[in-house]
Ligand binder design. Structure first.
Ligand code: 5GP
Length: 113
């Protein structure tokens, strides 16, 4: 998998507003937020799309969800927020390094577009 803009953020080659880092993932604020709180949680492991996950990734994905719950508390959106993964270009994915959008701080409509 070729490097993406998120690889460069993870490697600190370009700046981002990082709110969490650990051995498995990095979280930073989206540069173009669609809600008052909008951050991305990105595994360090290069995985292009959700659809590319394998059996070895089970613990990683569980870990990311626990990180999301902690960051939701930290960002004061724990009462209501949305987690979105766009998997594939036709779903709106534009950066091909797996990432979990976490959005909150306003009422979120359903269904999404
Ligand atoms: P996708 O469309 O792939 O699901 O989401 C990519 C997200 O990454 C978009 O919400 C976009 O605003 C965000 N993004 C793209 N480039 C950068 C960047 O250089 N820095 C940050 N912080 N976010 C970015």
């Amino acid at each position: 998998m070729s490097d993406t803009i998120f690889t460069k953020i993870i490697n600190k080659e370009i700046p981002a507003d990082i709110i969490h880092e650990d051995d498995l993932c990095v979280a930073f604020r989206d540069v173009n937020p669609v809600a008052p709180v909008h951050f991305l949680v990105v595994p360090r492991k290069p995985i292009a799309r959700l659809q590319d996950l394998g059996p070895d990734d089970q613990a990683l994905i569980g870990h990311i969800h626990l990180v999301i719950t902690k960051l939701a508390e930290q960002e004061e959106i724990a009462d209501g927020y949305r987690v979105v993964v766009n998997s594939g270009a036709s779903a709106g994915q534009s950066v091909f390094q797996l990432h979990f959008h976490v959005m909150g701080g306003r009422s979120l409509g359903w269904p999404p577009g």
